[in-house]
Design a protein around this ligand. Structure first.
Ligand code: NAG
Ligand code: NAG
Ligand code: NAG
Ligand code: NAG
Ligand code: NAG
Ligand code: NAG
Ligand code: NAG
Ligand code: NAG
Ligand code: NAG
Ligand code: NAG
Ligand code: NAG
Ligand code: NAG
Length: 689
């Protein structure tokens, strides 16, 4: 372990970060260049709208006659207060603003829904601006901030016409960033087999942008109890801002499960970890002082009663520490952290060795109570802070620097005891849930249902006991797919890109990058291109046939207008492409130890990287095959003084390989891996057969 003085404090660190290298991938960055954005296209209009095109720029007016309306398309997901100029209005002119993410809900009479799911799909209604209208510059009131939209419909609702100009949106996510495009990471790879060869680079960017739109000011949460009509986004979200929430439009509250996907995205793209610290700190500050239970979500929603989301706060703490090295913060929450671990331990039935899940709230999946496989997989992960790749365990030089929080706190006997408990949970898990005839884990001891979540976590968190078992689960998960992605048995008729993001990682972990890429193309290919959505940020979920009626009869009251189109929990591909395709990940705080483990994934090349306070971590590889010979070459550029491991791509294993590091012959270890020091290196591999 490097001395802690090696790490920069986070505040200093953030300002010391530089930008990722620029390149062709910048063309796919969705983040706007300016905080003031104008619509790009007139989507539609009705009645008499004169000079509508003037609404796409700062100058020139348009006139809307009574009962006329015009819909502006901002081209991609936006969020912020609308400003405009009333140039000429009559005594009886009035205006209504109607917002929507999906074009399916472009309507002069109602926005899409964010306040409450209602089968009418019209709960939110419009934002009225009543007569008499002012003249001159006008800005939407702050409480009425619309958290996410792509389409804005301006409706002339009065008896007099009105003349407008200069309709802009003041982008207000990531309020602490001067330049929204100041990414500290990037990814680029051609995808020659897909209908859009830039898909992989675009989906990486879409995930990054989604999490940006979920990074918000402290006082911009959805009001709870919900307002009786319209919407209000002026609630306070936690102990400090900026803060990371689940979605742009809604819920606009801290949800630690969502962070299990969104925070790795944030780390590899913007390294904007302060909103994460504020979100986690909010959860710990709201711990139940008697029981040690953590809330399921942050204020003002403050849902209680979720054992899995309780675990996610603890896992999120590990991730935050791994990325930031912020031991000072870890010390401030440590007493509450251990109390929260004890809360889980109290639920373990000693006769079974598993946790009895009684806090049933979760990501919307059904079942989940008692000795449940998903809940116990997440519980296992809380105990065992070891990275999931087999290589890491096999390589002692990584093991000694692995990010166990207890060992970071110099509590080695606690660390040993937690590791022992984790091992006991794993044994009990296999006894209770493994069904040899199905080659998968069942949801609980009284069902044959094999869930997407529990099986994905089992592979990803290494509750499997052999590579063959992991491969079997990976193959079993594929049986749930349709053309649009993985349908979750535990939430029928639903494709969940949240759980899908874990499944994606599970296929890579199980050694089948081909299968992972297939899922990526199906599920996120649908999300990014479907004209039901915003084609820039990522949909919360959808039904098996691709409709927006996500959770229609499971919480969302048959309201497809309520579905969020910008949910960080759907951004799994962003970190997965960096970690598993480029192959770079950190295994100790700030990347003082790292892993370079690319998967060829059927691609000719890939490159990317990210920055931490220690410096730049980048890698770039190419592969080509001629005759029976495959030539693979990867360049890596990481900070001096760090230590890493290179692992041979799965696809090149099993045959005869010769390896050179910086031009000199090198030998791989028994696990097809070898140590590499920090600095710049080139590893070349020639594989035959
Ligand atoms: C305009 O508004 C006034 C009151 O402000 C009202 O008396 C009048 O009838 C309105 N005219 C029309 C055409 O609606
Ligand atoms: C939020 O805005 C509404 C509508 O203006 C207002 O009634 C309410 O007091 C505001 N709440 C807070 C916390 O500012
Ligand atoms: C047009 O809107 C922009 C952005 O809100 C504002 O800065 C500018 O002052 C407005 N122009 C006029 C003439 O009001
Ligand atoms: C720890 O929990 C207590 C409640 O038991 C709470 O008052 C305190 O704010 C929490 N500390 C931190 C740093 O979150
Ligand atoms: C066991 O799993 C099945 C399938 O998910 C579910 O229907 C059932 O409710 C679960 N049992 C409990 C106690 O949650
Ligand atoms: C789990 O705990 C609940 C509440 O104490 C209890 O009712 C239930 O029987 C337990 N389930 C199992 C499988 O032990
Ligand atoms: C996964 O668990 C097996 C034992 O069941 C162990 O041999 C292997 O090293 C573990 N891999 C990781 C990455 O923890
Ligand atoms: C752990 O011990 C090391 C070496 O004695 C020390 O530098 C470090 O500050 C300690 N960390 C904590 C969190 O106490
Ligand atoms: C290990 O788990 C048991 C419950 O199964 C619990 O009583 C014990 O406190 C745990 N050990 C530690 C160090 O947390
Ligand atoms: C990987 O998955 C693909 C697609 O399901 C399958 O055809 C192939 O056999 C799998 N490869 C391995 C090594 O399991
Ligand atoms: C979306 O695309 C389908 C064809 O894929 C087309 O029929 C439909 O009209 C499009 N909808 C919109 C709103 O553009
Ligand atoms: C798609 O699925 C939803 C939910 O099951 C259903 O209501 C809808 O009718 C389906 N749409 C089509 C076109 O089949």
């Amino acid at each position: 372990m490097l001395p802690t003085s090696f790490f920069l404090p986070l505040w200093l660190a953030r300002s010391a970060l530089a930008l990722a290298p620029s390149g062709p991938w910048d063309a796919f960055n969705f983040a706007p260049k300016s905080r003031t954005v104008y619509a790009t296209v007139i989507r539609t209009s009705a009645g008499t709208v004169t000079n509508a095109d003037n609404l796409l720029r700062a100058t020139g007016s348009a006139t809307l006659d009574p009962e006329s309306w015009v819909t502006l398309d901002f081209g991609q997901e936006a969020r912020g207060l609308i400003s405009l100029n009333f140039d000429d209005v009559g005594d009886n002119s009035s205006l209504a603003l109607s917002f929507t993410e999906s074009p399916s809900f472009i309507r002069p009479t109602a926005s899409d829904d964010s306040t409450f799911p209602d089968a009418t799909t019209t709960y939110d209604g419009v934002l009225p601006v009543a007569a008499p209208l002012p003249t001159g510059y006008w800005t939407q009131p702050a409480y009425a901030l619309r958290g996410g939209f792509r389409f804005l419909t301006l409706v002339s609702t009065g008896a007099d016409a009105l003349m407008l100009s200069n309709v802009s949106c003041a982008i207000s996510f990531m309020p602490h960033f001067a330049d929204l495009r100041a990414y500290t990471g990037y990814f680029s790879a051609p995808d020659p087999g897909f209908h859009d060869p830039d898909f992989l680079t675009k989906i990486w960017m879409a995930g990054a942008y989604t999490v940006q739109t979920n990074t918000v000011g402290l006082h911009t949460g959805r009001q709870i109890p919900v307002v009786s009509q319209g919407w209000a986004n002026n609630a306070t979200l936690g102990i400090a801002g900026p803060i990371i929430v689940d979605g742009a439009k809604r819920d606009r509250a801290v949800w630690p499960g969502d962070m299990g996907i969104a925070v790795p995205t944030q780390f590899v793209s913007t390294n904007d970890l302060i909103p994460t610290r504020n979100a986690l700190g909010t959860m710990f500050s709201n711990i139940n002082p008697v029981t040690g239970a953590l809330p399921e979500s942050g204020p003002p929603l403050s849902q209680l009663g979720s054992d899995t989301y309780h675990c996610w706060t603890l896992i999120g703490t590990h991730n935050y520490y791994l990325y930031s090295g912020d031991i000072e913060w870890l010390q401030t929450i440590w007493a509450n952290y251990t109390k929260a671990v004890a809360f889980l331990e109290n639920k373990v039935d000693p006769a079974v060795g598993l946790m009895n899940i009684t806090g049933l709230r979760d990501w919307a999946r059904q079942g989940g109570g008692g000795f449940n496989a998903e809940g116990n997989a997440i519980f296992y992960r809380v105990y065992l802070y070891l990275p999931p790749s087999p290589i890491l365990i096999a390589s002692p030089q990584v093991l000694v620097t692995s990010a166990s929080l207890a060992s970071a706190m110099n509590l080695s006997s606690l660390s040993d005891a937690w590791t022992k408990n984790a091992s006991d949970v794993k044994t009990a898990y296999n006894t209770a849930f493994w069904v040899p005839e199905l080659g998968m884990f069942r949801d609980n001891m009284t069902t044959t249902l094999t869930p997407q979540d529990g099986n994905s976590f089992a592979v990803l968190f290494n509750l499997t006991t052999s590579p063959a078992q992991a491969a079997s689960v990976s193959a079993g998960l594929e049986k749930n797919w349709n053309a649009l992605g993985a349908v979750a048995p535990e939430l029928p008729d639903t494709i969940s890109p949240f759980i899908g993001g874990f499944e994606l990682q599970a296929h890579f972990t199980a050694g089948n990058a081909t299968r992972a890429m297939d899922l990526l193309h199906r599920e996120w290919g649908y999300i990014l291109y479907t004209n039901l959505s915003v084609q820039s940020t990522l949909l919360e979920g959808f039904t098996a046939n691709g409709s927006l009626a996500y959770r229609a009869n499971v919480g969302y009251n048959d309201d497809p207008a309520y579905t969020s189109h910008s949910h960080g929990w759907s951004s799994g591909p962003t970190s997965a492409l960096t970690i598993y395709v480029v192959g770079l990940s950190v295994t100790a705080p700030q990347g003082s130890a790292w892993l370079l483990s690319p998967n060829l994934a059927g691609l000719p090349s890939a490159e990317g990287g990210f920055e931490t306070p220690l410096g730049w971590f980048g890698a770039s590889w190419t592969v080509s095959t001629r005759g029976g010979t495959t030539t693979f070459s990867v360049s890596v550029d990481v900070p001096e003084g760090t230590a890493g491991v290179f692992a041979l791509p799965q696809e090149l294993r099993g045959g005869s390989v010769s390896v050179k590091v910086d031009g000199r012959a090198a030998v791989l270890g028994a696990n097809d891996d070898m140590p590499l020091s920090g600095g710049k290196h080139t590893v070349s591999v020639v594989a035959r057969g």
